[in-house]
Design a protein around this ligand. Structure first.
Ligand SMILES: Cc1cc2nc3c(=O)[nH]c(=O)nc-3n(C[C@H](O)[C@H](O)[C@H](O)COP(=O)(O)OP(=O)(O)OC[C@H]3O[C@@H](n4cnc5c(N)ncnc54)[C@H](O)[C@@H]3O)c2cc1C
Length: 146
């Protein structure tokens, strides 16, 4: 994937034997890129990271005064660019409600609408990103419903 100022991002399927330590090693990364015919002589590696690609949806987003939002509540494979965006929408949905309750402009029952409104949206993007992953990698997906 091309970024600004000639930055590039490559995503490679997990290779057995890779660890956090080895993926931070520039020569390991370059060898992986050479295997897919990337010219690495003038390449400066800035960052290497291992991440797992999966969907998670937590069933309970509120307990008393504790709320889950963002990746703590839901994750998706990064194929439709909606992970962080969905987290922002959670916070936009939740913060004005907390404020309204604290200002005594609304009863605390308003807070229950947070999960009711946000959960279906998060589930939609989890399914959407997962179907993209399936098309890209033709792999079965791990769903973790906590
Ligand atoms: C390769 C890739 C590409 C992506 N591309 C996109 C994209 O194009 N668009 C998009 O919208 N999203 C994208 N995402 C998803 C996006 O990065 C995440 O959804 C987003 O960063 C989640 O934000 P968050 O604040 O909910 O969680 P996090 O970013 O995980 O932040 C949680 C923070 O809490 C800290 N923390 C954890 N435990 C504790 C503790 N006990 N005490 C204090 N602090 C703690 C962590 O260190 C971390 O800083 C991508 C993700 C990946 C992996």
């Amino acid at each position: 994937m091309n970024g600004v100022d000639n930055h590039k991002r490559w995503e490679l399927n997990y290779t057995k034997g890779l660890s956090k330590q080895t993926i931070e090693n520039e020569s390991v990364i370059k060898n992986m890129l050479k295997e897919i015919d990337v010219e690495t002589d003038n390449l400066k590696i800035q960052h290497g990271v291992i991440y797992s690609v999966k969907s998670t949806l937590v069933k309970e987003w509120q307990r008393d005064n504790i709320f889950l939002a963002g990746d703590a509540a839901h994750t998706t494979p990064p194929y439709v660019g909606q992970g962080m965006a969905a987290g922002f929408r959670d916070i936009m949905n939740l913060t004005w409600k907390i404020d309204a309750v604290l200002q005594k402009q609304s009863s605390s029952s308003l807070l229950k609408t947070y999960q009711t409104e946000r959960y279906p949206h998060a589930r939609f993007h989890a399914h959407r990103a997962t179907s993209f992953q399936k098309r890209l990698h033709d792999s079965l997906l791990l769903y973790e419903w906590c």
